[in-house]
Design a protein around this ligand. Structure first.
Ligand code: AMP
Ligand code: GLY
Length: 419
C-alpha cells in the first residue's frame, strides 16, 4: 500500500513509526512531515494541509491507497470527504463527524440528547447573558469558545472574577469565540481513551493520561500536552467497561442516528471521580502526546486496522498490548504556550536514542544540516519498560542528555500513578 500521512507533529511521527512496521506498506509520503518522520517517509513540504484540492491531486499522482490524517484542522476542513469523492480511501473522521471536536456545542448537544455523561452546560452568544448565568452559578466554573482554538479556548475559572474576565477573553478567539459554552466544573482525575472505529465496530485502545498544564504539580497554563503515560491505572477494568458501554458505543450510535458514520479515531477526554467517568471533550483524531505512549505498547499491524476503519471492515479485528508501561516527556521551548524562541540547536538526540529512548519530533527542523527547534513542543522522549517506575526513570535519563537553550519540561510526568 502507498500511504499518505498528513501532519508533522509528535503524534504523526509516532504514527509513521508504527505504520512503517506494517508488512502491507509499500511507500509512505508525509505532508509536511518532519526531520523525524523523514526516516520513514518521503516528506513533501510545499503543499498546505489546508489545501484539499492540492492534497487530492498529490494523492492521485502518487497512487495513494490510504491517506492517514493526523491533525483536527484538515478533518474539520473536509479533507476526508474530498479524498473519498475522488475515490481515495482515508483514515479519519469526515467533515460531519469531525464536528464532534470542531464544535463544542455540537458535541455537548449530542451528549445531552443521547444521555452520554458529561458536565451540565449552557450556550450563549451574548457575553452579558453568559456573565449573568455565571453569577447565578458561582465558581469554579468553566468557560469555552465554541470552535477550534488550538487547545487554548478553555478557561477553568476558580473565581467569579476570573470567569467574567474569561467571557471577555473569548473575543480573542475570533469566530471560534463568537459563541460561548459555560460548563459545570468537574472534579476528578483525567484520562484519555482513544478508539478505532469504522462507525459500527469500536476498538478502544489502552488508556493514557496526558499532563495538560505547563508546570509541575498541574500548575500554569494549559498546553497541548506536556507528557503522557500508559496504561493509566485510573482506567481500571470497571472504568474501561463503563467507557465502552456508556460513552464510546452510545456516541458512535448517536452519531449514526444523526446520519453520521464516524470512521477513524475517536478520542474521549474523560474526568473520572469515584469510579465514574464523564466526558470532558471529544476529539476527532489521535491525541498528542497520548499517541506517543499508546502506539509503542500496541502489538500488531496498525495500518491493517486503519484500512479496516476506512473500509468498514473492522468487525472481528482486535488489538493486543505489550505487558509494559510507556512514558513520554515533552521537551518544550521555554515560554510555551506563550511566545518562545525558535531555531535553537538541539544536541543529544543520538545519545538519548542509544540509551533506549524513542525520540518523536514535535517541532524541529533542519537548518544547514543541523537539527533546530521550530515549535512550542519540540521533542517527545518516549521510553517503555516492564514497570512504570522503570519507564519514568529511563525517560528522564534520556531527557537529561538532550539539550537546547531555554528547554522546559515537566519533572513529574506519571508521578500521580506512581504514588
Ligand atoms: P478541553 O479543551 O475541553 O479538553 O479542555 C481543556 C482542559 O480544561 C481539560 O483537559 C480539563 O483539564 C479542563 N476542563 C475542561 N472542561 C472542564 C470541566 N467541565 N471541568 C473541569 N475541568 C475542565
Ligand atoms: N493531548 C491532548 C490532545 O491531543 O488534544
Amino acid at each position: 500500500m502507498n500511504v499518505l500521512l498528513i501532519g508533522g507533529g509528535g503524534r504523526e511521527h509516532a504514527l509513521a513509526w508504527k505504520i512503517a512496521q506494517s508488512p502491507l506498506l509499500t511507500k509512505m509520503f508525509a505532508i509536511p512531515g518532519s526531520p523525524g518522520i523523514a526516516e520513514f517517509a518521503e516528506c513533501v513540504a510545499n503543499i498546505s494541509i489546508a489545501d484539499n484540492a492540492a492534497l487530492v491531486t498529490f494523492a492521485r499522482q502518487n497512487a495513494i491507497d490510504l491517506a492517514v490524517i493526523g491533525p483536527e484542522a484538515p478533518l474539520v476542513n473536509g479533507l476526508v470527504d474530498a479524498l473519498n469523492d475522488a475515490g481515495i480511501k482515508a483514515f479519519g473522521a469526515n467533515k460531519d463527524a469531525a464536528q464532534i471536536e470542531g464544535s463544542k456545542i455540537f458535541a455537548k448537544r449530542l451528549m445531552k440528547k443521547y444521555g452520554i455523561p458529561t458536565a451540565a452546560f449552557e450556550v450563549f452568544d451574548k457575553p452579558d447573558d453568559a456573565k449573568a448565568y455565571i453569577k447565578s452559578q458561582g465558581a469554579p466554573i468553566v468557560i469555552k469558545a465554541d470552535g477550534l482554538a488550538a487547545g487554548k479556548g478553555v478557561i477553568v475559572a476558580q473565581t467569579l472574577d476570573e470567569a467574567v474576565n474569561a467571557v471577555d477573553e473569548m473575543k480573542t478567539f475570533g469566530a471560534a469565540g463568537s459563541k460561548i459554552v459555560v460548563e459545570e466544573f468537574m472534579d476528578g482525575e483525567e484520562a484519555s481513551v482513544l478508539a478505532l472505529t469504522d462507525g459500527e465496530t469500536i476498538i478502544p485502545l489502552i488508556a493514557a493520561q496526558d499532563h495538560k498544564r505547563v508546570d509541575d504539580g498541574d500548575k500554569g497554563l494549559n498546553t497541548g500536552g506536556m507528557g503522557a503515560y500508559a496504561p493509566a491505572p485510573i482506567v481500571d477494568a470497571e472504568v474501561s467497561a463503563q467507557v465502552s458501554e456508556r460513552i464510546l458505543k452510545p456516541t458512535i450510535a448517536a452519531l449514526k442516528s444523526e446520519g453520521i458514520t464516524y470512521r477513524g479515531c475517536l478520542y474521549a477526554g474523560l474526568m473520572i471521580q469515584n469510579g465514574a467517568a464523564k466526558v470532558v471533550e471529544f476529539n476527532c483524531r489521535f491525541g498528542d502526546p497520548e499517541t506517543q505512549v499508546v502506539l509503542p505498547l500496541m502489538e500488531g499491524d496498525l495500518l491493517e486496522l486503519m484500512e479496516a476503519c476506512a473500509d468498514g471492515t473492522l468487525s472481528g479485528k482486535s488489538v493486543s498490548w505489550r505487558e509494559s508501561s510507556a512514558v513520554c516527556v515533552i521537551m518544550a521551548s521555554g515560554g510555551y504556550p506563550k511566545a518562545y524562541k525558535k531555531n535553537l540547536p538541539i544536541d543529544g538526540v543520538t545519545k538519548a536514542k542509544s540509551l533506549g529512548a524513542m525520540i518523536f519530533h514535535a517541532g524541529t527542523k533542519l537548518s544547514g544540516g543541523e537539527l533546530v527547534t521550530s515549535g512550542g513542543r519540540v521533542l517527545g522522549v518516549t521510553t517503555t519498560a516492564p514497570t512504570l517506575r522503570e519507564a519514568v526513570d529511563k525517560a528522564y535519563r534520556c531527557v537529561e542528555v538532550i539539550h537546547f537553550d531555554d528547554v522546559h519540561y515537566r519533572r513529574d510526568i506519571a508521578a500521580r500513578a506512581l504514588k
